[in-house]
Design a protein around this ligand. Structure first.
Ligand code: GUN
Length: 283
């Protein structure tokens, strides 16, 4: 292995510490703590773990955590009524409805109902449109965390060739928009791309978010590339990313491990978005 390891765990801890330092000034000015509401429907074990760590890290940053748990068979109307209640609650700055939602729930309708100015996940189409057009809004936490790691490693990204693999609304599309806004030349590839190695050969930056273990091979990479692996795939051998780590680490200049790379950034950026939301609402 010759690549440097990008330590997302340490970067996220530093970001959370910087956020925690800024919370007392908000409390002083507003007479209350920034508040994040998290809604969990059902018992999905991975979601329950995420929600518990969100609550813990929110409180550790000095913010208020409001946790709402609904049973797996809760209906659409109940969930929409809860979202409306949180939209109207002055103590709530940010609202996050944990995905995935049970199959009988129309997730798009739920996300559309969240007040875009409390949408700290950045999933509302209004915020996707703001990102696409360069207006201030909320950016999804995982891609924003990836951008922070890239800028920390590379400084100015202007003019670099970037390939994003994966076109989800949660990671791939906003990642491509963020890199475009930073003046990268961006290729948005995905599982159906013909000849992915052709695009990767010139890529200074690779962000893999395609949800397939070991999908990106080291021999496809440009020597010295910076590789961000967003994949969290549960396999028989434990957690693994979308990048074939061992082969990639012998070619790349820097690479994120899984776990300990991108994963810890998501909640840290969520806290950052919540503090931003709180300041904008008190503005
Ligand atoms: N499920 C997995 N990651 C996320 C996230 O960042 N936000 C929400 N709402 N659900 C998720």
């Amino acid at each position: 292995m010759s690549a440097a390891l990008i330590d997302g765990k340490a970067f996220a801890a530093g970001l959370r510490a910087r956020i925690a330092e800024r919370v007392p000034a908000f409390r002083e000015a507003a007479g209350r703590a920034p508040g994040l509401a998290v809604v969990l429907v059902g018992e999905d074990p991975a979601s329950a773990v995420y929600v518990r760590s969100k609550g813990k890290q929110t409180r550790e940053a000095g913010m208020e955590s409001f946790e709402h748990k609904l049973p797996a068979d809760a209906d659409q109307a109940t969930l929409l009524a809860l979202v409306e209640q949180l939209n109207a609650d002055p103590a709530v700055d940010g609202i996050l409805v944990q995905l995935p939602l049970p199959a009988h729930i129309d997730a798009d309708e739920v996300l559309l109902r969240i007040d875009p100015d409390k949408d700290v996940d950045g999933f509302h189409p209004v915020n996707a449109g703001r990102l696409a057009t360069g207006l201030p809004g909320f950016v999804p936490c995982t891609p924003l965390g990836c951008l922070m790691l890239l800028e920390d490693r590379l400084g100015d990204l202007s003019g670099l060739d970037a390939v994003v693999i994966g076109r989800s609304n949660i990671v791939g599309k906003p990642m491509a928009a963020l890199l475009t806004a930073k003046s990268c030349t961006v290729t948005l590839a995905h599982s159906r791309t013909h000849n992915l190695p052709h695009y990767l050969r010139h890529a200074d930056i690779v962000v893999a978010a395609v949800g397939r273990p070991h999908f990106v091979k080291g021999e496809w990479l440009k020597p010295g590339a910076t590789v961000i692996d967003v994949g969290i795939n549960r396999t028989e051998n434990g957690l693994t990313g979308d990048v074939d780590f061992d082969s990639a680490a012998s070619v790349a200049g820097a690479i994120t491990p899984v776990p300990g790379g991108v994963g810890p950034m998501t909640i840290a950026v969520l806290l950052r978005n919540t503090l931003v939301a709180a300041h904008r609402r008190e503005g």
